[in-house]
Design a protein around this ligand. Sequence first.
Ligand SMILES: [Zn+2]
Length: 410
Amino acid sequence: MSNLDRVFKRIEAYREEIIALQRELTSRIALGPDNGGGGEHEKTAYLKKKMEELAPSSLEEIRSPDERADRGYRPNLVARWDGKTAYPTVWVLSHTDVVPPGDLNLWESDPYQVRVEGDKIIGRGVEDNQHGIVSSYLALKAIRESGEALKRSVGLALVADEETGSKYGLDYLLKDRPDLFKPDDLIIVPDGGNDQGTMIEVAEKSLLWLKFIVTGKQCHGSAPERGKNSLYGAARLIVGLEKMKKEFSLEDLLFRPPRSTFEPTKMEGNVPNINTIPGRDVFYMDCRVLPQYSLDEIIKFAETLAREVAAELGLSIDVKTHYRQEATAPTPSDAPVVVALTEAIQKVKGLEAKPMGIGGGTVAAFFRRAGLPAAVWITEPNTAHQPNEYCLISSVISDAKVFAYLYMGG
Ligand SMILES: [Zn+2]
C-alpha cells in the first residue's frame, strides 16, 4: 500500500468522527451581531483545541475589534503546519459563522442538534461551512495519525463574519496580516461547488442591486382622476426592464448561467387597504453582470427606461444604486491552484473538474482583489441557508481525500 492509500484508508474510517465533529460544531451557535448573535467565540475556541491536537507549527487567534460582539471582538484562527518546503502553502479558508435557521416550522428537527439519516447529516451549518472545516481538518489528522510527512505546508484559516460581509473576517485578516498569504500559495475556499465535486469556481459576475422609487399621487380608489397611480408606473417599468436582457445579451461560457441576469425581486408595501390608489411604489432589481460590461452602462440604461415610463405616465421615478460590487479579475483557469485541484479530483474521484464562473459572491473575491488567485471548491448538495440543510458523509470523506492528496503533494 502506498503512503497515500494508508492515509485514504484512515479517512474512510472517519464516519463517527465526522458525525461527532458536526454535532459539536453545530451546537456551538456562531451567529454574528448582524444576525442577532454574539459572534463565533465558542465554536472557534472548540476548533482551536482541535487544531492544537494536531500539533501545528503555529497557531494564532487574530481578533478583529467589534464592539457589538461578545468580548468586543470577532475571532479568526490561523493554524499552520510546515511541510518539507515552506512555500507554496496549501491554504484552506473556511468560515465559522452560520446564518439563522429561519422559519423553524420548516425544519424537521432542531437545527442546532444534528440528525443523522444514513449518509446525511442534517443541521444548520453542516454544509455551510462545516463541510469545509471538517474535511480539511480530517485530511490533516489522517496524515498525522499515519505518521506521514506533509510535502506542502498547510494552512487552515477559520474566519468569522463571512455571512454578513467579511469586514471582521477575511477582509480584516488581509488588511491586518498581509504577510499571511502569498501569491504563489494554493488558496482554496471550500464554500461553493456542485454535488459531483467537479466545479471549481474561478470567477464571479459583478453584482448590482438597483432600487426604483416610483412617485405619483395617492387618492381614493373611487376617484383615480384625482391622483396618479404609482403602481402602474412600477408595473410598466418592471415589464420594460426586461429589455435589459436583450441589450446586455453577451454570453461567456465560463459562467453558469452564461449570460448576465436581471431580475426584479423585492417589492416594498405600498398602501394597506384596497380602496386607496397608491402614490408611492418601491421595488428592487438584482443584476448579476458579466465582467465584460461596466455597471455604469447598466445603470444608465435602467435610468433611461425609467425616464421614458415616467414621462409617459406623468410620474416621477428615481433610480438608486442600493449596492454594487464590481467583479474582480478572475483566477486564471491555468493557475497552479486550479491545476493542482483538478489533478487531485481526478486522482481521488476519477472525475474531470472544470473551472467556472458563478453569479457571485463568495469570500474568494477578497483574495482576488488582493492579487491572490483563489479557487472555490467543495462537493456539496447546495442546501446552504435552507431549512433541513445537510451534508453527505461520503462527500466529506472524498473531499478529505482530495485535501490529503494536495497536502501530501500528490
Ligand atoms: Zn458559506
